[in-house]
Design a protein around this ligand. Structure first.
Ligand SMILES: NC(=O)C1=CN([C@@H]2O[C@H](COP(=O)(O)OP(=O)(O)OC[C@H]3O[C@@H](n4cnc5c(N)ncnc54)[C@H](OP(=O)(O)O)[C@@H]3O)[C@@H](O)[C@H]2O)C=CC1
Ligand SMILES: O=C(O)CCC(=O)C(=O)O
Length: 451
């Protein structure tokens, strides 16, 4: 079958409704558009999708929470932030998805992330629904005590809505094991229960899974490796660039290096650092994870590196690029730079890092694209393995979890290949991921009736 983009009248009608209903949420509309425009042939083949109005139902969250988070800063001032949780779809399992603490968080951002999470979680083949949450709290420059007090205040409301069989949050930008610790501590205090499975991404000493911290980044590289293998190519000796220097970026860089690639640059909000013979990973980990500092500091203490203040990593020549920072961080101009410099593959670690226009540039230039919903699903997959370990009071070894992660990423890739070939075109893994994720959710929705 040939690709069938936005031609179907039903898809056009649903998109129109979504745009009207969510007109002040451009990133949510972008995310919905990118999924729906790939579903034409599926909608054609399955008239029951339109008959049961599955698409409009899927684009409306099951439940959305907005709440006040009031807390005291170190100087005694009372601060107010806005907290969010979008419980998007629970047809495949309890709501599951991370919490993001970042100043640009708003309902539209949380909805786009929650929407993507439905398809991503479905692709893992595990029993997890889709959700996302967070707050417009900026952790930058906050003291340890302020972060703790904010997490406690956030949980004072969230605890009513979550539970191991209901909704299981985890980390995302600005939320790592430290924040999950404070959130879990407050949940335990409020409920007087040690419900290990209520949050994932916990510390490994108190119910967390080994390899969860590494899982998203490692999964990105496992997925990229599968795409390359299918083209008879490999990572060995290839120049790679990675945006970001946080959790996903760090473990993407580590796995790329383990598989023989030369990672020459990474970045954060301060700018881009280039180290031609390969980023000193252990030093970067120390700067980012232990010291919570930025790449400008990494450059300061790394004599053979160059730092470009405010510079974009996409200007650095590479074979393969890994956007691992944030949404819409790579636009059509960046894409054109990458293509001009010979980049042959872009594999998305962040959620929706490429603008729609950037994706068009890559398609035009036959650049392989590893879509976020598939490529970064390793994190949530290992979160689900953490839930399994918690439920069985078990603790699996690092190797056991990593083996399962590799198996899951391979199976996600196979789903993408199958669905791309059947409903779109060879190597259109964006369509493959959307369709593979959608079909499982659609089947469950049809089974459950109109609820
Ligand atoms: N953590 C997880 O398990 C998963 C995360 N993701 C996605 O991966 C992405 C990164 O998440 P994660 O690594 O956890 O978050 P972190 O907060 O650990 O790291 C984010 C990194 O991106 C950088 N960054 C943020 N905004 C920009 C920008 N505009 N330009 C350049 N750099 C920027 C940050 O820099 P600075 O510190 O200077 O602000 C930081 O280095 C997000 O899109 C997230 O949704 C997807 C799946 C799972
Ligand atoms: O581990 C999780 O539950 C969620 C991870 C996440 O936020 C994501 O996949 O974007």
């Amino acid at each position: 079958m040939t690709q069938h983009k936005t031609r179907h009248h039903y898809i056009r009608d649903v998109l129109k409704i979504v745009k009207q209903r969510n007109h002040s949420e451009p990133v949510f509309i972008q995310a919905v558009n990118e999924v729906l425009e790939t579903l034409g042939n599926v909608v054609e083949e399955h008239p029951e999708i339109e008959e049961q109005n599955l698409l409009e139902r899927l684009c409306e969250p099951e439940r959305q929470l907005i709440f006040r988070v009031a807390w005291k800063d170190d100087s005694g001032h009372v601060r107010v932030n806005r907290g969010f949780r979008t419980e998007f779809s629970s047809v495949l399992g309890p709501y599951k998805g991370g919490l993001r603490f970042h100043p640009n968080v708003n309902m539209g951002v949380i909805k786009f992330l929650g929407f993507e999470q439905i398809f991503k979680n479905s692709l893992t083949g595990l029993s997890i629904g889709g959700a996302k949450g967070g707050a417009d709290f900026d952790p930058e420059g906050k003291s340890e005590d302020e972060v703790m007090r904010f997490c406690q205040a956030f949980m004072n409301e969230l605890f009513r809505h979550i539970g191991p069989k209901k909704d299981v949050p985890a980390g995302d930008m600005g939320v790592g094991a430290r924040e999950i610790g404070y959130l879990f501590g407050q949940y335990k205090k409020l409920t007087n229960q040690y419900e290990m499975g209520v949050l994932t991404g916990k510390g490994v000493g108190w119910g967390g899974s080994l390899a969860r911290k590494e899982a998203t980044g490692y999964g990105v590289v496992y997925y990229a490796n599968e795409m390359l293998k299918a083209r008879g190519e490999s990572l060995k000796g290839k120049r790679c660039i990675v945006s970001g220097a946080g959790n996903v970026a760090l473990y993407t860089i580590q796995k790329l290096q383990q598989l023989g690639a030369n990672v020459v640059a990474c970045s954060d909000i301060t700018g881009t650092v280039v180290q031609k013979n390969g980023i000193d990973w252990e030093k970067l980990r120390m700067v980012s994870e232990d010291e919570r500092k930025h790449v400008n500091y990494f450059a300061e203490i790394t004599p053979d590196s160059e730092f470009c203040l405010g510079g974009k990593v996409w200007e650095v020549p590479c074979d393969y690029a890994f956007p691992c920072a944030t949404q819409n961080e790579l636009d059509d101009t960046d894409a054109a730079d990458l293509v001009a410099n010979g980049c042959k593959m872009v594999c998305e670690g962040a959620n929706m890092p490429c603008t729609s226009e950037a994706l068009d540039v890559f398609r035009e230039a036959d650049v392989l694209i590893g879509p976020a919903k598939a490529a970064n699903a390793g994190g949530v997959a290992v979160s689900a393995l953490e839930m399994q370990q918690n439920a069985g009071l078990e603790r699996w070894s690092f190797e056991e979890v990593d083996d399962q992660l590799q198996t899951i990423m391979k199976s996600i890739f196979e789903t993408c290949v199958h669905c791309a070939n059947k409903y779109s075109t060879k190597e259109d893994y964006i369509a493959g991921a959307n369709i593979g994720g959608f079909l499982r959710v659609a089947q469950a929705m049809l089974s459950f009736g109109i609820v």
